[in-house]
Ligand binder design. Structure first.
Ligand code: ATR
Length: 263
């Protein structure tokens, strides 16, 4: 029986077990996928269990995507660039950290047929997920990436790795084609991101990394003002699909049942 885990703190909200266990069952695999709330001090024990093959794969979520790195033997190129690990596995005796958020975001955008080539993109937030989105947007040939973060120093830190980004003051909006909420604002129903819609012409693309709630105030206001919107559900599904593929060496289907599972 293979054993997989998602670790984080908090972890109660995670839908990864639901999704992975559906794929485990529909592919007739002998495996189980659990969630585990951890403290930082327990990361070394967990990685030891993976090294000893007591665990076969680990997904990492907030707040450990960066802090888990010192415990790993090797990072993939994607994990190295973003300093963010969401998928861990053992290969040739080495514990490898990889980042499938980049692929998740790219596939989500491709599946809704949005063409990023030549677009100006504004990312709100310079937290854990933002480097993955910057890499994905670069891979998809965005023309220009702006970043705006309440705490400007964090955006400046990101610019040390991604010199091509332009930092914008929190609350101001440059001329963009696509705007991405990569902050945690919106997780609570009452959360609001103040945007001056009188300065934003309609028919822009508003993307929210948050998928629960499925329509944040950010997306609701954007829709009301005639913009295209998308939440983070597909990104979540495709990052999970990539992890599943690495661990089990097969491509699980993203079908209607999968889409319904997460509603
Ligand atoms: P971390 O900041 O530890 O990386 P995260 O969940 O990955 O955590 O990122 C949270 C993001 O949401 C950050 O960009 C954060 O902005 P700050 O860097 O200024 O904290 C943003 N965020 C959270 N609450 C916010 C709020 N009330 N207003 C504006 N931005 C907020």
């Amino acid at each position: 029986m293979k054993k997989f885990l998602v670790i984080g703190n908090p972890i109660e909200h995670s839908l990864s077990p639901k999704l992975h266990n559906y794929w485990i069952q529909s592919n007739n695999l002998k495996a189980v996928y659990d969630k585990k709330k951890l403290d930082l001090s327990e990361l070394d024990i967990l990685i030891k269990e993976l090294r000893e093959k007591k665990i076969d794969g680990v997904n990492v979520t907030v707040p450990f995507k960066n802090s888990v790195i010192p415990f790993l033997d090797k990072l993939s190129k994607e994990a190295q660039t973003t300093q963010s690990v969401n998928t861990i596995y053992l290969r040739d005796g080495m514990v490898i950290g990889h980042n499938t958020d980049i692929e998740g975001f790219e596939l989500a955008i491709k599946h809704i047929n949005y063409d990023v080539v030549g677009k100006n993109v504004l990312i709100l937030g310079a937290g854990g997920v933002s480097p993955s989105i910057v890499v994905a947007l670069n891979n998809m040939c965005a023309k220009k990436i702006f970043i705006s973060n309440r705490t400007k120093s964090k955006a400046e830190h990101l610019k040390k790795t991604f010199n091509e980004i332009e930092i914008i003051d929190w609350g101001s909006t440059p001329d963009f084609d696509m705007i991405i909420n990569a902050t945690s604002l919106g997780l609570k129903k009452e959360d609001n991101i103040i945007l001056d819609f009188s300065k934003i012409t309609s028919e822009k693309f508003f993307y929210d990394v948050i998928y629960n709630p499925s329509e944040t105030n950010f997306l609701r206001s954007a829709k009301k003002n005639g913009n295209k919107i998308e939440n983070g559900k597909k990104m979540f599904i495709y990052q999970a699909q990539a992890s599943f593929r690495i661990w089990n060496n097969l491509e699980p289907k993203v079908d209607d049942i999968v889409m319904e599972l997460l509603n």
